[in-house]
Structures are given as structure tokens and as C-alpha cells.
Write a protein that binds this ligand. Structure first.
Ligand SMILES: Nc1ncnc2c1ncn2[C@@H]1O[C@H](COP(=O)(O)OP(=O)(O)OP(=O)(O)O)[C@@H](O)[C@H]1O
Ligand SMILES: Nc1ccn([C@H]2C[C@H](O)[C@@H](COP(=O)(O)O)O2)c(=O)n1
Length: 416
């Protein structure tokens, strides 16, 4: 309750709120003020003309619990609310303060029933959930706390006050060590914190402990093949293995395959830590194998970071961390490949290949298909990662031509 009260009245009022009413435009930014503020029309329209409005945020000191509660609420809202309700991503943050982002939702209920209010009141019974409702009177809009079930609490009005757009999209504030990990210890810690609720974490950590050994002398070249799904990575990496007499490795490595589905169903914090650790295990395998032969790697850190950043950052490509941001920096303790090639094909060709393949798609792959914005962000994030940056390969020609193109690139560099 103390946290909720702070959120309502105290330090958290200096926060800025961002609501993604429309993923193709800027979020709507506002702060809260105890004195009424005259709002211009755009805000008046969004806050009050069309249905009942609520916001919901999750506050919790335990990051695992917070991530799981957020995911659970997202699921609850998707099944419990009526079709007349729109759910938007919303967040609150302190401008330029890293890790200050608190994720939540904005709910617009255009129905004539009280269903959404009842659902939200039930959710608010959890001590880490804070729900507000929004009211409008003339040119003023305010927020007040939704009274929990069986509790009539005197609500304090906080008036909506327009705020300047954030220089960087707020979601970028929390990427480090929540979505992308820049050293092994940080990812390791996340799984360690999960061992009680996800017993498989222990087994993954055991595998990490057993396999670690990333040092590598001047061995054979290590070439990573990256790209969105169905761009031809498997086809190319297998052809390269044969033509170069190379060892083919993957990230995540085969030893993590039994755990992948489990971690894919977890919120980003846990899921991304799992993939990050997978890269370190693969790095240990690369270290050994590259002493014997050239190594081809199907996906590595570029994939882990690009998918994580593109998922964490809502909306448009412009919302991504800007080129040169430290968020695109290779982890200090992860083995660096000699060459990273990014396979690209047109969206139409990718869809054709996906359809021809006709196999089950993971949720994320299915999302790629429908979500053009997400695909563009993944590809752009790939291109922004530096040191090593990826070399773009046009993978639309036939498999044989793509192989020749890549052999040419490798030969130029290594005379293999
Ligand atoms: N150069 C190419 N031209 C036409 N079709 C191709 C080419 N390369 C691969 N394909 C076909 O496209 C489909 C996807 O290829 P592949 O499985 O190699 O992609 P991928 O990048 O490994 O996918 P994923 O990441 O989802 O495993 C397959 O049916 C494959 O036969
Ligand atoms: N090194 C890796 C490999 C994969 N991922 C994640 C990113 C996508 O969610 C998904 C794609 O893998 P695929 O379906 O092609 O096997 O896995 C990652 O984060 N890091």
C-alpha cells in the first residue's frame, strides 16, 4: 500500500507517463499535477470522450516477480476484457534515468458494462498492482486511484499535464540487463534468481558451469550467419560446412534444446537471459572447435540482441536506440567471431519461403509475419550492432548463388 500511495502522491509524480495509443506515431506523454491544467483538444479527446479509461502498472522490488506479474496481467487482460476494450502499452519513467521504466497498460473500455472495472479491481488486490481511472470535466482531465474491492478510499485527483516527448523512447531506459545482457554474470544472476519458480534454471546453470571455457588462441576463422527466420541460414550453413570442411555450431546449442520451449514461454527478462547464456555455451564450443577447423555458427549474439531490442522497443523503427548507442555494443566477455554475415531477402520472398516450408511457426515467427514493424526493427537492430558489425548478403538468388557469393567473401578474407 505504501508503494501505491507513493505512486499516487509522492516521488513517482515526477514521473512521465507514455501511452502508445498508436504504434505508428509518437506515444502520448503526460505528467501529473495537483492543480488543474487546461488541456488542448488532442488530450481532451484521448482522455474521456470515448469510453472509460484506466491505467495499470506493476510495482515490485523483486524483478522476477514483477516480470511474471506483468506477463500474467497481459494475459488476463487479453482473455477477461470484452471486445469493446482496447489495451495499449503504457509506461512511466523518469526522463534520462536508466532503469526507471515501469511497464503497464492503458485500457479504454467503450462498453456500457462494468466488466473492465471489476476485472481491474480484482487485479488490484495484488499488492504489486496499481490501477487508476481517468475522468474528464470540461477542459480538465484527471487521474485517481481505482478503489480496491471492499475498500472505499478517498481518492486524490492528479491532473493530466502534457509533457514533452522523450528524447529517446522510454523503453530504451531498461534494455541493459533486462532485455540484453552485456556480460555473462548478469544473465547468470537472472536464472539464479529463478531457480525456485523455474526448476529448469538449475539445469541450465549447471550446463553453463560445466561448459565454460571461452579462451581461444589463433585458430581457424569463426563465421556467424545471421538473419530473420527463413532467410536461408540453415541451407547456407550446411552448404558451407561441406564446402569448407568446417564445424557447424548453433546458438542456442543442442544441449539447451530440451529447455528452450520452457524459457520461450517466460517473460523477456528470463527468456533473454536464457538465450544470452546459450551464446556463452556456444562460445565455449567455438573455442574448442576452432582449434581444429573453420567454424560456422548459425545465429549468435546479433540475433539475441536484435530480437530483444526490437521486442522491447514499442512502435516505429525510429524508436530504436540510435546508431552508435552503447546498447549495440558486443559483450565484453563473449568470444568475437571473425566474420558475421546477415542474410537479407525481401519480405515477399521471405513469406514465400515460410509458406513453402509450411512448418509450425513459433509465436515470434508468426508475429514477424503479421508485424511488419517488428521485422523492420529486428533487421535495423542487426545492422546497428558494431564491433563486429555484420556484412549484408543479398540472399534472394538461388542457394547455389548465395553460397558462391559467401564463399567469395570468405575467400577474400581468409583464402580458404
Ligand atoms: N536461396 C534460396 N532460394 C530459395 N529458397 C531458399 C533459399 N535458401 C533457402 N531456401 C528455402 O527457404 C526455406 C527456409 O530456408 P532455411 O530453413 O534455410 O532458413 P532459416 O533462415 O534457417 O530459417 P529458420 O531461422 O526459421 O530456421 C526452406 O524451405 C529452404 O529450402
Ligand atoms: N542466439 C539466439 C538464437 C535465437 N534467439 C531467439 C530470437 C528469436 O526469438 C528466436 C529465433 O530462433 P529460431 O526460431 O530461428 O531458431 O530465438 C536468440 O535470442 N538468440
Amino acid at each position: 500500500m505504501l508503494k501505491r500511495a507513493m505512486f499516487r502522491c509522492g516521488q513517482l509524480c515526477s514521473r512521465v507517463f507514455a501511452v502508445e495509443f498508436d504504434l505508428r506515431t509518437e506515444p502520448l506523454y503526460f505528467t501529473l499535477n495537483s492543480t488543474p491544467q487546461v488541456l488542448h483538444k488532442a488530450y481532451q479527446e484521448l482522455f474521456g470522450d470515448d469510453g472509460k479509461l484506466f491505467s495499470l502498472h506493476v510495482h515490485c522490488d523483486n524483478r522476477i516477480e514483477k516480470a511474471q506479474t506483468h506477463a500474467e496481467i497481459k494475459h488476463q487482460l487479453s482473455i477477461a476484457l470484452s471486445r469493446d476494450c482496447d489495451v495499449f502499452e503504457a509506461s512511466s519513467f523518469i526522463p534520462d534515468v536508466k532503469n526507471s521504466l515501469v511497464k503497464g497498460f492503458f485500457i479504454r473500455d467503450k462498453s456500457t458494462t462494468d466488466l473492465s472495472e471489476d476485472v481491474l479491481k480484482t487485479l488490484q488486490q495484488s499488492k504489486s498492482v496499481c490501477v487508476f481511472s481517468y475522468k474528464r470535466e470540461g477542459q480538465y482531465c484527471w487521474q485517481e486511484m481505482l478503489s480496491p474491492v471492499n475498500q472505499v478510499e478517498e481518492s486524490v485527483r492528479q491532473y493530466i499535464t502534457p509533457a514533452a516527448a522523450a528524447e529517446h523512447h522510454p523503453s530504451t531506459l531498461n534494455i541493459r540487463n533486462s532485455d540484453v545482457f552485456y556480460n555473462m554474470d548478469e544473465a547468470y544472476k537472472v536464472l539464479k534468481e529463478c531457480t525456485d519458480i523455474i526448476p529448469e534454471s538449475k539445469e541450465v546453470l549447471k550446463l553453463v558451469d560445466e561448459q565454460l571455457e571461452t579462451s581461444r588462441g589463433d585458430g581457424f576463422p569463426v563465421i556467424v550467419i545471421e538473419g530473420l527466420d527463413a532467410t536461408g541460414k540453415t541451407t547456407l550453413t550446411e552448404a558451407l560446412r561441406e564446402s569448407l570442411n568446417a564445424t557447424l555450431l548453433k546458438s542456442p546449442p543442442q544441449c539447451l534444446a530440451p529447455f528452450r520451449q520452457r524459457f520461450d514461454s517466460e517473460p523477456p527478462l528470463i527468456r533473454r537471459a536464457f538465450y544470452a547464456l546459450g551464446n556463452y555455451i556456444t562460445a565455449a564450443h567455438i573455442g574448442k572447435e576452432s582449434l581444429r577447423a573453420p567454424v560456422i555458427v548459425d545465429r549468435f549474439w546479433h540475433s539475441t540482441a536484435a530480437y530483444a531490442i526490437a521486442t522491447a522497443v514499442g512502435g516505429r523503427v525510429e524508436n530504436l536506440p540510435e546508431p552508435g548507442s552503447e546498447l549495440y555494443k558486443w559483450p565484453e566477455d563473449l568470444l568475437k567471431p571473425n566474420l558475421v554475415l546477415l542474410l537479407t531477402v525481401s519480405p515477399e520472398e521471405r513469406l514465400r519461403r515460410l509458406r513453402d516450408r509450411g512448418q509450425d511457426k513459433t509465436i515470434e515467427e508468426a508475429e514477424l509475419e503479421v508485424n511488419q514493424l517488428f521485422r523492420l526493427k529486428v533487421e535495423e537492430a542487426y545492422k546497428r550492432i558494431q564491433n563486429p558489425a555484420c556484412i549484408i548478403v543479398d540472399a534472394s538468388p538461388s542457394p547455389q548463388e548465395v553460397l558462391q557469393q559467401v564463399q567469395h567473401l570468405i575467400r577474400n578474407k581468409y583464402h580458404l
